[in-house]
Design a protein around this ligand. Sequence first.
Ligand SMILES: *Cc1c(COP(=O)(O)O)cnc(C)c1O
Length: 228
Amino acid sequence: MNVATKLKKIKQEIQEVCEKSNRDPNEITIIAVTKYVSINRAKEALQAGITDLGENRDEGLLEKWEQLKDKPTWHYIGSLQTRKVKNIIHLVDYIHSLDRITLAEEINKRADHPINCFVQVNVSGEDSKHGMSPLEVISFIEKMKDYPNIVICGLMTMAPFTGDEETIRHCFQRLKSLQLEIAEKQLPFAPCNELSMGMSNDFNIAIEEGATFIRIGTALVGDKEKEV
Ligand SMILES: *Cc1c(COP(=O)(O)O)cnc(C)c1O
């Protein structure tokens, strides 16, 4: 199946989930995660109508950015080492992995305009996951008022690796309630209206629970070139 066919299928699924859960599909942006695949596959995704691409390493981002420039909206979705900020900061539109003060300091210092950042939250508490504890999120975001180049556009999480739907759903629900709590504060530097959650295996549940950005790799562009 080519990317266009896969995209059509995914959009149909989104449409159905939205109908069931009373949501507008236009609220949901599909980020094609191209970290496993080549530039050609990324181009194929854009031709199929994708507008947003996600990468999780500076090399991969740079390589694709050189060819595509600012045609797509770029998302940095991976854990971000502080020393790598300078390599990506002028290329990306969104950073999905803000999870510590030292990273906020570096982004603030290197950026020449306010950058949309998602605070990455480790809702499930799994050791292997990056992101801060839900208990730290509010005080962290309040500190962002001193960082003029950071705008907190929303929260991001990765669900635990499990086949148990209720565990995944609970994780997304907790992120949503935290997001609402922050949005209600109406902080000018943290509108926090967005929820980046849902991947190939769980985007349906994420949409039911309020996702506005879903990050899809395997199901859309494949995980290896020969797969599509
Ligand atoms: C790789 C990755 C994805 C996409 O994963 P798939 O399961 O291939 O859809 C989404 N989000 C993050 C943070 C990733 O690293």
